[in-house]
Design a protein around this ligand. Structure first.
Ligand code: HEM
Length: 108
């Protein structure tokens, strides 16, 4: 039996289709204060690899790959740094992808 509900103050009517965008969760100010700020010190966790029974089985491999890539990049360009502060915006790269359009860096 379907029934109307309310999620975060928004009415969801029985039978209505809902698209759940994981990326949007990262822009929930209640969970991630100042979400558009690139802050490596955040302690609030993330949903980048999903959650629950379908949590990404490749997450450990992905972490190893990213660490290896960043290690190699830092070996080649030890002075690499952001050219300017970066802002992350929901929808910057479409409905599902989010982040930033570009990431300008200085190599030396
Ligand atoms: C940065 C890299 C990656 C990201 C951001 C990512 C993200 C995700 C997310 C969000 C899900 C959950 C999807 C859902 O709930 O429907 C997922 C599932 C999955 N990922 Fe990844 N993934 C990455 C790398 C990988 C790699 C390297 C592999 C395999 C070698 C992999 C294999 C899978 C598989 C098989 C599932 C489905 C798990 C299931 O349904 O039980 N992923 N991934």
């Amino acid at each position: 039996m379907l029934s109307d509900a309310e999620v975060g103050g928004t009415p969801v009517y029985a039978g209505q289709m809902v698209y759940v965008a994981i990326a949007a969760a990262h822009f929930d100010e209640a969970a991630y204060p100042r979400p558009e700020v690139f802050d490596l010190g955040r302690q609030s966790g993330h949903l980048g690899f999903g959650l629950g029974p379908h949590y990404c089985v490749g997450a450990p491999l992905a972490r190893i790959e990213v660490r290896a890539a960043l290690d190699a990049l830092l070996d080649w360009f030890p002075r690499i740094r952001l050219a300017r502060p970066v802002e992350f915006r929901y929808g910057a790269r479409g409905f599902v992808q989010h982040g930033t359009q570009e990431l300008p860096v200085l190599l030396s």
